[in-house]
Write a protein that binds this ligand. Sequence first.
Ligand SMILES: Nc1ncnc2c1ncn2[C@@H]1O[C@H](COP(=O)(O)OP(=O)(O)OP(=O)(O)O)[C@@H](O)[C@H]1O
Ligand code: SF4
Ligand SMILES: [Mg+2]
Length: 401
Amino acid sequence: MSLLELNDVKVHFPIKRGVFFDRTVGHVYAVDGISLKVEAGETYGLVGESGCGKTTLGRAVLRLVDITSGEVVLDGTDLASLPDKEMRSMRRRLQMVFQDPLGSLNPRQNIESILSEGMAAHGIGANQEERREKIRAILAKVGLPSNALSRYPHEFSGGQRQRIGIARALVLEPDVIICDEPVSALDVSIQAQVVNLLDELQEELGLTYVVIAHDLAVVRHISDVIGVMYLGSLVEEAPSDSLYAEPKHPYTKALMSAVPIPDPVVEEARERILLTGDLPSPANPPSGCRFHTRCPWAQPKCKEERPQLREVGDGHRVACHFVEDIESGVLQIGTDRAAVVPAARTEDAGIEAAAAKAAEAAEAAEDKAVEEKSASVEATDSEAAETDSTESAKDSTAQGA
Ligand SMILES: Nc1ncnc2c1ncn2[C@@H]1O[C@H](COP(=O)(O)OP(=O)(O)OP(=O)(O)O)[C@@H](O)[C@H]1O
Ligand code: SF4
Ligand SMILES: [Mg+2]
């Protein structure tokens, strides 16, 4: 059994309208059916564009937002259905490290007071003296001097404040720490230090992390498994190295193709997939595959049927009807939705210019797009394409998670 398991978790925020009576006129589908497992002592990295629901999912695990449906199972106990009183004591076992270290620390409390508050609430340490000793030990672990105890948050740098945030989680001896964009508010030079600290602490204390980030580079080295989110759902999940070496979902491919490779020869030769269009609103998500409005491989079926996350080999779980056809080359990228350009050309012209050009092309061809691509596949390899598509459709229904 995994330490933390999420089973089909949904968080739908009601949209209310009305002057005297609140009427629910719709929902924001912030998290829309996520299932994943986090193993003890490992790090699960969660990545995706801004607004795709990462923070909401993290907050749902701690029950800081209401869970619409689904299960959040920590060490065999479903937190989603736990009465409030029992949930309060379970909360010690799940801690969160926030993006903005200053905003999450009370400016009027000194560090001892901030760190001992949660300990006292959860009955850790027989008295303040014992708590102080423990805080001193943890501060040393996160690389802060013991005289930090009597100082206030504004007296520290951004990186030090994030160390305080990490110490505040650690003093409660949690089972899982959810780090929500733990370094994105910090200078680049400090980011690596904090990521390394999280890594060292994990090794020393056997911690389990869920690290949320929109930046793939942040989660890459620290994560054992990475889940890629798009519009409230997981579109791909794989061991970190495998995801970077061979992304399989079209959205992951596009994200990865935007990450620079430090080898100039490889960097110059490789192609980039530039997605067009913005992330659709989670209040009005597209039908079928949520990604079909931006996917360069989209087919008519993608509009109709929502693909399930399913095992596709090499430890990958992917939510795409056509992942096998894309991999084998039976299904070719459509040039109307995404610009595929060599990296060197992208740099010359500027990424924005290339994206804008692609957006123009996409707008002009949008209505015809799906039919044309479908026809071209049939013309290239009609029988093979048909058989493969049908089989992959059957697979996705049969193996759907
Ligand atoms: N309390 C709330 N009420 C209504 N909508 C909300 C609430 N909290 C979040 N949302 C919406 O849910 C969606 C997901 O938000 P969330 O903050 O989880 O995204 P995110 O992936 O963490 O983004 P970012 O990378 O910008 O932090 C957004 O459209 C957001 O506006
Ligand atoms: S299901 Fe269709 S639209 Fe969705 S990612 Fe796969 S090919 Fe693209
Ligand atoms: Mg967020």
